[in-house]
Design a binder for this molecule. Structure first.
Ligand SMILES: [Zn+2]
Length: 452
């Protein structure tokens, strides 16, 4: 470890934690160590955390008490993660209907509310306390660590909001992150990002898979030939052709990761095996179940259920996040980590919308907007021709024409003022095969993408 990363990890970041009353680095140290524990020890730790989480949820959160009482569950029978199957599955709709009064608790920590459209495309609010945030941030550091990146190494990150408060700005400075927008991915902006990478001698790039792909495509067109050390992707699906292009252009591997906007970091690839995503077991218990809620065998495709092993301000227990995945049947990975593995996460399939002025709108462009529209149940974007999109909306009862206008205006302002937007109201948006939801569907010929 060279001097600055050492200083940053051991002194500056812990000092920042003290100043902001967070425990990110304490959690990071723990996750960094515990990932190497044997499977038995990890399981034992999970079971302890589960016991505590269920008890708190039952005793302090009316939603869980009512749910478990109604379904006749005696929570004393839940002592191991295998017992989770005795508990009912919790849907986004159930939580939404009971939020906030019945599904939150006072954890003794400060909290924030996050809106997410998550994987189901349905806006949804969750309350996350500072303790849970510390855990999630620590795991964001750990997932980046899997690419070879160390705290203190400069990196470029694409994100959805550039409004970084003073605390985040100080942390950005310490972490040497160049935080750039993924809202605008036109050629001119992508050229600026590539220039920034050159000028600041940046070796790592992190962000939404779609934005990394757009950056790689532009880098190839420009003949960018700087060798990078690692890229970390999240958010939308890292398609095989995305990975191939990014790895070829930047001459390094891509570490794909899996998390959700509900304050849970779930898994990351270790770099030894593209098909293995290590599940962050001390933080989350992950189940894969069939449509009737029964566990499927390792290696079989099913619905992802998450139990965050920390009650926090809003416990999430057997929470159906809306993704489809399969657990790996392999017991061990050649990297030596004891963490269980997922082979693949599906359900985040998406395309990129191209606008008349050359902007590229990735799925997070849309989810970043729609998550603040609580009057919209689900949405889908369809692009049939360049310059035009159809936004399919399943409205809730409080939707009105004023909201339609505001939505169109926001997409135009943030994306491209020349983009024609047609709203289409529908009763439901059918899932694609294997229960996948595709938020952004482009029917443009693939050739158009490269001619822009
Ligand atoms: Zn591994």
């Amino acid at each position: 470890m060279s001097i600055y990363p050492f200083l940053c990890e051991k002194i500056l970041m812990p000092a920042a934690d003290i100043a902001t009353r967070n425990k990110t680095m304490k959690c990071y140290d723990f996750y960094k160590q515990s990932q190497w524990w044997g499977r038995q020890d990890l399981k034992k730790y999970q079971d302890q955390r589960l016991l505590e989480t269920i008890q708190i949820a039952y005793n302090e959160v009316p939603f869980y008490k009512e749910l478990y009482d109604e379904s006749g569950v005696d929570i004393r029978n839940i002592t191991r993660t295998e017992d989770l199957t005795l508990l009912p599955i919790v849907s986004k709709d159930q939580l939404r209907n009971n939020y906030p009064d019945k599904c939150v608790r006072d954890s003794g920590h400060s909290w924030s509310e996050f809106c997410t459209s998550g994987s189901s495309g349905s806006p949804f609010a969750v309350r996350v306390d500072s303790n849970t945030m510390s855990q999630a941030r620590a795991l964001m550091l750990l997932r980046a660590n899997y690419s070879g990146w160390e705290i203190g190494n400069p990196f470029l990150q694409t994100g959805m909001t550039l409004h970084r408060g003073i605390v985040k700005k100080v942390k950005d400075l310490l972490m040497r992150v160049e935080y750039v927008s993924a809202f605008n991915l036109s050629d001119r902006i992508l050229d600026n990002y590539l220039q920034l990478i050159e000028d600041k001698r940046i070796n790592y790039v992190m962000g939404y898979a779609g934005s990394l792909f757009c950056l790689a495509e532009r880098a190839e067109q420009k003949g960018f030939n700087r060798e990078m050390k690692g890229l970390v992707s999240w958010g939308d699906n890292l398609y095989k052709h995305y990975r191939t292009k990014i790895e070829k252009v930047f001459h390094c591997g891509v570490t794909d990761t899996y998390g959700c906007g509900e304050g849970i970091q779930i898994a990351a690839q270790c770099g030894m095996n593209d098909n293995a995503y290590h599940i962050f077991m001390p933080h989350v218990a992950l189940e894969i179940v069939d449509d009737d809620g029964f566990p499927v065998k390792s290696g079989e495709l099913g619905n992802v259920l998450l139990t965050r092993l920390d009650a926090g301000a809003m416990p999430l227990i057997r929470y159906k996040v809306g993704d489809i995945g399969r657990k790996s049947s392999a017991e061990t990975c050649c990297c030596g980590r004891g963490l269980e593995m997922l082979t693949k996460i599906e359900g985040r399939d998406t395309d990129v919308v191209l606008t008349p002025n050359g902007n590229r709108l990735i799925v997070h462009f849309f989810t970043g907007i729609f998550e603040y529209y609580q009057s919209i149940d689900t949405f889908r974007i369809i692009q049939d021709k360049l310059g035009e999109i159809t936004v399919q909306i399943v409205p809730r009862s409080n939707f009105n024409s004023e909201i339609s206008e505001r939505l169109i205006k926001e997409i135009k302002n943030k994306g491209d003022s020349d983009l024609q937007i047609n709203l289409e109201f529908v009763e439901e948006i059918p899932l694609e095969k294997s229960n996948k939801r595709r938020f952004v569907v482009s029917k443009l010929a693939k050739g158009i993408e490269t001619t822009l």
